[in-house]
Design a protein around this ligand. Structure first.
Ligand SMILES: [Zn+2]
Length: 372
């Protein structure tokens, strides 16, 4: 059994939209309220609040007159806010994340999560509707050909994007069959402009439509920057940027899905660099945010797909000089600037394609780690 998420574009009615926005607002309110309370209590008495204590506090708040409006929205959304806050604290104390921050009204992530219980979330594929607690049946569309929806639903996250579109991600438990094992291992050098280069010499390029969409995003972003602050035209331009940004991010996600599936399908072992390596490299500002998110996403996809299908992913550490080391004789050259696409090893005289050489080194280093 494994968990799989299904993302559906929602088409809520005006009433449903209002309720979604309200629920997102309430979830944020609860999160911020209890973050403030936890910070205050710690400052005053060096004490912490557990999830259960927060949950009891929430029950009291719902009964108080001035915050009784919290009763009007999905109760799971509010409870999950408290769980997320608790997790944010745990991540901070275990050194995995920064101290939790207050959620902003206009932040990137506008969402709430609800849990499955007694059929409160259900999908009707024939009518293209999904039942969500408090909202009732909401229309949806999806590009994927869904013949059957998994029966075991765990939770659903309802999201509003910066351009005002609505989505729901439904997490389900499904059966996945392991892929038959194969004898191949591959090294991947993640690309700056393109997706990556494989140790087999294969270059995985971004398709034309994606490069075009990215160019358009950069153009729109420039147009936005030229608009007068606070003007109507600026708001129009902002929406255009937001929409294009979402489009590019979605296309990139699709590409990463295809790329990760190909790597996992064709190989038993996939060796890949730690993504912090690539974060060191400066890049055009705009595409960068998407790319940064993309590398994290690719790692995550490879990890869970490897688990589903019975494959192995090896991460090669950030201090391993994959680019500057000759894969033939092991000699390391002092520096290679980004514009050097190919180079000759001064010791063994082999001429290297920069990225192919790196991919082969990543493969060799990954296999060495795996053997140890
Ligand atoms: Zn050499």
């Amino acid at each position: 059994m494994c968990e799989k998420a299904y993302r559906l574009r929602l088409y809520p009615t005006a009433e449903q939209k209002t309720l979604i926005d309200k629920t997102i607002g309430c979830a944020r309110y609860v999160y911020n309220k209890f973050l403030a309370a936890r910070m205050e209590l710690y400052k005053a008495e060096k004490k912490s609040l557990s999830y259960n204590q927060c949950s009891a506090g929430l029950t009291v708040m719902k009964q108080e007159e001035e915050t009784s409006w919290l009763q009007e929205v999905d109760k799971f959304a509010l409870q999950n806010s408290l769980r997320d806050l608790d997790k944010a604290y745990a991540n901070f104390f275990q050194g995995r994340a920064r101290f939790p921050r207050f959620k902003k009204k206009h932040g990137k992530k506008q969402s709430y999560r609800t849990n499955f219980t007694h059929g409160n979330i259900a999908v009707n594929l024939e009518c293209r509707t999904i039942k969500v607690p408090k909202l009732g049946w909401v229309e949806f569309r999806t590009d994927k050909l869904l013949k059957k929806f998994p029966e075991k639903i765990l939770n659903a996250t309802v999201r509003r994007t910066a351009s005002g579109e609505y989505y729901v991600s439904v997490v389900c438990k499904t059966e996945v069959e392991l892929l038959p094992s194969v004898g191949t291992a591959i090294g991947v050098d993640l690309g700056i402009k393109d997706l990556g280069v494989l140790s087999t010499g294969e270059h995985i390029l971004n398709p034309r439509h994606y490069r075009k969409a990215e160019q358009k995003l950069i153009r729109l972003q420039r147009a936005y920057a030229r608009k007068e602050n606070g003007s109507k035209n600026q708001e129009k331009a902002r929406l255009k940027v937001a929409r294009q940004h979402e489009k590019v991010a979605n296309q990139r996600k699709d590409l990463l899905h295809k790329f990760s599936s190909k790597l996992i399908r064709e190989n038993q072992v996939v060796c890949i660099e730690d993504l912090s390596v690539k974060n060191l490299i400066r890049n055009r500002k705009l595409a960068k945010s998407i790319q940064d998110a993309g590398w994290g996403m690719l790692h995550a996809m490879l990890d869970y797909k490897a688990r589903w299908y019975g494959r192995v992913v090896v991460t090669v550490g950030r201090f391993y000089p994959s680019t500057k080391t000759c894969h033939v004789c092991g000699h390391t050259v002092p520096m290679l600037t980004l514009d050097v696409r190919s180079w000759q090893c001064p010791v063994c005289r082999t001429v290297h394609d920069r990225d192919e050489n790196a991919a082969i080194n990543i493969l060799n280093e990954g296999l060495r780690i795996l053997a140890g």
